[in-house]
Each structure stands twice: as C-alpha cells, then as structure tokens.
Design a protein around this ligand. Structure first.
Ligand SMILES: Nc1ncnc2c1ncn2[C@@H]1O[C@H](COP(=O)(O)OP(=O)(O)O)[C@@H](O)[C@H]1O
Ligand SMILES: [Mg+2]
Length: 361
C-alpha cells in the first residue's frame, strides 16, 4: 500500500513554480530526491512538511488526506543542513525536546533519549552545548531529536551538505543503520549522486520545479530519462547480476554470460539476490598480460573503443558481451599500444566493487 502520496501538487512562489509533483512512497522506503541547486527540492520537502500550501493537488499519508493539516499535526519530522539545534539547551535537552511534549514520566524520557543517543553514538555528549560540537555530532543530535518522536516520515534536507568528506561517509553508513533499525520511512534531499548510490531504494530526479523521474534505483539507473542521471550512470560501470556466493567477506555476483565479479562491499542479506554491481572507471586496471596479484577480479577482453580526452583515455573493453569502461593515462595508453580489437586484461579490486541492492517494488 502507498504510504505517502503526493498527487499532482503545484506550489506557486512567484518566480518559482513547483509544477504538478507526483510521488509515491511505501512504508519504510528510503527515497533520495536528487537535482541541481534551485530545482525545488527544498520547496517540495517543505510542502510535504506543511510549510507551503499547494495551489493544486493533494497529499495523502497512510491513506488520509493531510494537504491542509498544520505541520505539527502531520507526524512528519524534518532535519536541515544547518542542524537548527536549540542553542540554550544541552544535547540531552535538545534530543528530549519533542518527547517532553508527549510524555511526562522522566524515567521513560531518560531511557528513550539514552536509547536514541546510543544508536547515533552521541550518548557521551549529553552535557555539552551545541556550539561545542563538531558538524557531524550536531547533525547526529538533530537526527536523534527528530527520530525520537517516532515520526511517520523523516525528511532530511541536504543533511550532509555542510560536512567534510570523511564525516559524510561516516554519517551515510550510520544513518543507513539507524533508519533501518528504527524502521522509518525517509525522504532525503541531496545534490550529491553518491547519496543515491549509497542510500536510496527509491530515487526521484528534480529539475526546474518538476519531478522528471521516480523509481527504484534499478529503474532509474537502467533507464534514465534525464541526462543528469544518464551522465552519472554513464561514467560508472553498473551491471545487473545475481549473488551466487557470500564467503569470507567476499560476495560473488554473476552477470550475464557467466561473468563473475567479486566484491568486498557489505554483502546483501541473502544469496540469489538481484543486485547491481558498480565499479568506477578509474579503478579498472588495463594490461596486456595477465598478472599475478591479490586483485580478485581479472578477466580477458577485447578493446571495443577508446576516446582520448586530454591526459586521460577512456577504454571500453568487451568481456564476453559486457563492456567495462576504464580510464587510463595517456602514457599507459601509449605503453599498452591500445587499439580497437586488441586483446587486453582488465583487473580491479574487490574493494572497489560497490553492491547496490535492487529493491523489487
Ligand atoms: N519562499 C519562497 N518564495 C519565493 N521563492 C522561493 C521561496 N523559497 C524558495 N524559492 C525559490 O524557489 C526555487 C527553488 O528553491 P529550492 O527548493 O530551495 O531549491 P533546491 O532546494 O532544489 O536547491 C529557488 O529559485 C528559490 O529562490
Ligand atoms: Mg534546498
């Protein structure tokens, strides 16, 4: 059953129009909305949260219309890029804030705050004030504060945009665990395609106030209707396959024509699962001879095409019907004497193979 439905919603903000937005989300889905700056991602999110009134269309949550409900009455929490913590409250009080409106028993409040803070690994920060926290700690506090009231939906507006690369990576992993743990339905707005890659089950692509495409990662990756997605997928090697083995931390994915790819990425829950395996072109090594190494992936193919782009060369190698795009330096290209039809070996580390679960909808 559809959990959240945005039905033909339009919002007129003068210069900017959100036009006929349609979205459908099932319970416990993690949706990433992606699109360039100014495309209307925040306006859409804040319309769902109830801060803008649609001129047109309806919004349903659990089958009930919420189009005209006030934000407080929707059961929706929102997390912002700039955290918006209460500066005069310590971390415990920040997290407990929404709960205190619902529950009076101090012991229950304490235990719930502790539980949520442990999940987000901020239980050692209770007595601190927000201004003494790092960006990542502030955002973990903001997320804890939002989740503790058990919202029907958690909305996050570029929650990682102000964080450095390492903190972004750490929080991505943590958020995925916490959201799965809390079984929360989630919409996460981002302009960073890696968030789609790492977090999304559902993707919506926005541009110029319109939702151009919505679907599972598989739908959107395999049939992108917009250049923004096509460009991203185009520069990656994204392959459909089935998990045939999970052993010693290595997952084996079988692609068409029995090509096997080995990945050290977090394994899917079960074997036989339908997944996407992805490798970035810069992680593919091309050689003329097979070589002995610890690389888990090495296969023989034929150069199908190549493009020289300044100091780098893109080489498309056909391995038994599957094309791997590699990116090498101009000097390697010279050294290897790359030409169409040449037999080469491609190799890549299992560490560089990302597994993307395919969620059947
Ligand atoms: N309250 C508002 N009134 C008028 N225009 C707005 C308002 N809020 C946002 N906009 C405009 O709507 C457009 C989309 O904004 P926004 O949703 O914030 O984009 P995104 O989040 O995708 O970067 C922008 O051009 C912005 O200036
Ligand atoms: Mg925005």
């Amino acid at each position: 059953m559809t959990f959240l439905e945005v039905q033909n919603v339009s919002v007129d903000l003068g210069e900017f129009h959100l036009a006929h937005a349609n979205l459908k989300l099932n319970k416990n889905d993690y949706m990433v909305i992606i699109g360039p700056t100014g495309s209307g991602k925040s306006v859409l999110l804040e319309t769902i949260a109830g801060f803008y009134n649609p001129d047109n269309g309806k919004i349903f949550l659990e089958g009930n219309e919420i189009t005209n409900l006030t934000p407080e009455n929707r059961g929706i929490s929102i997390v912002y890029q700039d955290y918006m913590l209460f500066p005069h409250m310590n971390i415990f009080e920040n997290i407990a804030y929404g709960l205190k409106k619902k529950i009076k028993n101090q012991d229950i409040i304490k235990s719930k705050v502790l539980e949520m803070a442990e999940l987000l690994k901020i239980d050692h920060l209770f007595d601190r004030n927000p201004e003494t926290l790092s960006g990542g700690e502030k955002q973990r506090t903001a997320i804890a504060r939002s989740l503790i009231v058990e919202p029907k939906i958690l909305l996050m507006d570029e929650p990682f945009a102000a964080l450095d690369v390492n903190t972004h990576a750490y929080l991505t992993k943590l958020i995925k665990e916490v959201i799965t743990d809390c079984q929360t339905t989630c919409i996460h707005v981002s302009h960073n395609f890696n968030d789609v890659y790492n977090l999304a089950e559902q993707v919506a692509v926005m541009k110029d106030g319109k939702i151009l495409q919505q679907g599972t990662c598989q739908d959107v990756f395999s049939k992108p209707t917009h250049n923004f997605v096509a460009d991203f997928v185009g520069v990656h090697n994204v392959f459909e396959g089935t998990v045939t083995e999970i052993k010693n931390g290595i997952t084996t994915v079988k692609l068409k024509n029995d090509i096997l790819i080995r990945s050290a990425d977090t394994p899917p829950k079960t074997k036989q699962e339908h997944v996407l395996a992805a490798v970035r072109p810069e992680n593919i090594i091309i050689s003329n001879e097979p070589f002995l190494s610890s690389l888990r992936n090495q296969m023989k193919g034929v150069v199908e095409d190549f493009i020289v782009r300044g100091p780098t060369v893109w080489v498309a190698t056909n391995v038994n019907g599957t094309v791997f795009k590699g990116m090498i330096t101009l000097s390697s290209y010279d050294l290897l004497k790359i030409e169409k039809g040449k037999e080469v070996y491609i190799s890549f580390k299992s560490l560089n193979v990302k597994i993307i679960d395919v969620y059947e909808s």
